[in-house]
Design a protein around this ligand. Structure first.
Ligand code: ADP
Ligand code: MG
Length: 329
C-alpha cells in the first residue's frame, strides 16, 4: 500500500483538526485501543452489525461515495426499526489496495450521512484483502420502549413507509437495463429510481417517533415477501397482504409495467422502508405522524390468528414466490 494503515485512518476516518464529537457520550473515539462511550441514564444500548461484500452487496463498479453511504445506511435502518437513536459506529474496512481517490469518496459518502444523524465514527479496523465493509452501529433507546418484531396482535394493521420496489428498479438501471424502461419514463424518473437504490434513506426519525404507537416493526432489506414472514413468526401470528395496496411511486410506474413494479415491490429488496404493525384504533395517528416526517404510510394488510403469510389481489388469493434474498440458498 502506498498509504500506511495509520495514514488511512488519520486522513480519512479521524475527525480531528477542530471537529469535535457530535455525541456528548463520546468520551474517547478513534486513536486508542478502544473507544469509551457513555450511555445516558435510563437508556438501553442498542447494537447491530451489517457487512457488505463487493459483488454480493454492491456492484463492483458502484460509486465509492454510494458504498460509503450504503454501509452506514443499512445499519441506521436496523436502528430505525428498533425505534432507537443512533450514536456511534465502528468501521471494519478490508481493502484490496490503498486507493486515495476511492477512500476519499467513500469517506465523503459515509460522513455526509453520519453527520445527518449525529453519528460519531469511534473506531474500526483496517486490513488488506477482498473489498469488504463491516459496520457496527450503536445507539440508545429509553428502557423498555424499543420496537420489536414480536409485538404484533391479531387484528393489527400492517403498514409500510414510503414506496416499495424503487430500489429493485434502481438496481436494474444501475446494471445497465435502461433498455427495459417503458417509453414514458423520464430521465428524472430514472435518476430518482437509481438514487433510491444507491442512496437509501433510513427512516430513523419516524422509527423513533413510532414507539408507543406501532406494536411491532422491522426494516425491509430483503423484500416484503422475504421479510414479512419473519415479523409474523416473531409475533406468533399469520399475516395477510392485499397486493393491490402496495405503495408504488410515480417514477416506478412510469418506468415499469404494473406486474413488474409489483414484483420488485414484493421481492427485490434494498428499499429500507419500515414495516410496522399498529392497532386499528391507532392507525390514523401513525399515518399522521409519518406525514409529519414527509413520509407516506400505507396500510397493506393485517395480522390474523394462525401462522404464515397469505396474499391476495383484488379479493382473489394469489401465490407469491416465498423467500427474499438468502446468501446460503
Ligand atoms: P489496534 O491494533 O489496537 O486494534 P489499530 O492500529 O488497528 O488498533 O487502530 C488504531 C485506531 O484506529 C483504533 O482506535 C481503531 O479503532 C481505529 N481505526 C482503525 N481502522 C479504522 C477505520 N477504518 N475507521 C475508523 N477507525 C479506525
Ligand atoms: Mg487493528
Amino acid at each position: 500500500m502506498s498509504l500506511s494503515e495509520f495514514e488511512i485512518i488519520q486522513r480519512f476516518f479521524t475527525r480531528s483538526g477542530g471537529r469535535t464529537a457530535l455525541q456528548s457520550g463520546t468520551r474517547l473515539g478513534v486513536g486508542d485501543d478502544a473507544a469509551l462511550l457513555a450511555v445516558p441514564p435510563g437508556c438501553e444500548l442498542v447494537a447491530a452489525i451489517d457487512t457488505l461484500v463487493a459483488a454480493h452487496h454492491f456492484l463492483p463498479d458502484a460509486a465509492p461515495r454510494a458504498i460509503g453511504h450504503r454501509a452506514l445506511a443499512v445499519n441506521l435502518s436496523d436502528l430505525a426499526a428498533m425505534g432507537a437513536t443512533p450514536a456511534w459506529a465502528l468501521l471494519a474496512l478490508t481493502l484490496p489496495q490503498a486507493d486515495e481517490a476511492w477512500l476519499s469518496e467513500f469517506s465523503t459518502g459515509w460522513f455526509e450521512l453520519a453527520d445527518c444523524h449525529g453519528v460519531d465514527l469511534v473506531g474500526g479496523d483496517t486490513t488488506r484483502g477482498p473489498l469488504t465493509i463491516s459496520v457496527q452501529i450503536l445507539g440508545t433507546v429509553e428502557q423498555g420502549t424499543a420496537l420489536r418484531r414480536s409485538g404484533g396482535r391479531a387484528g393489527d394493521c400492517i403498514v409500510v413507509t414510503g414506496n416499495l420496489g424503487d430500489a429493485g428498479a434502481g438496481l436494474a438501471i444501475a446494471r445497465g437495463a435502461h433498455g427495459h424502461a417503458i417509453a414514458t419514463a423520464s430521465l428524472a424518473a430514472i435518476d430518482e429510481l437509481r438514487s433510491r437504490f444507491e442512496y437509501p434513506v433510513p427512516r430513523v426519525g419516524f422509527g423513533r417517533a413510532a414507539r408507543g404507537i406501532a406494536s411491532a416493526a422491522m426494516d425491509l432489506s430483503d423484500g416484503l415477501a422475504g421479510d414479512l414472514p419473519k415479523l409474523a413468526q416473531a409475533s406468533g401470528l399469520a399475516a395477510h397482504i392485499e397486493v393491490e395496496r402496495l405503495p408504488l411511486s410515480a417514477a416506478l410506474l412510469s418506468f415499469a409495467s404494473l406486474p413488474q413494479a409489483r414484483e420488485w415491490a414484493l421481492s427485490a429488496g434494498d428499499d429500507y422502508e419500515l414495516l410496522m404493525t399498529v392497532p386499528r384504533s391507532r392507525y390514523q395517528q401513525l399515518h399522521d405522524l409519518a406525514a409529519g416526517f414527509g413520509l407516506r404510510l400505507t396500510r397493506i394488510g393485517e395480522l390474523r390468528a394462525g401462522g404464515g403469510v397469505t396474499w391476495s389481489m383484488d379479493g382473489a388469493d394469489i401465490r407469491v414466490a416465498a423467500a427474499g434474498f438468502d446468501h446460503f440458498r
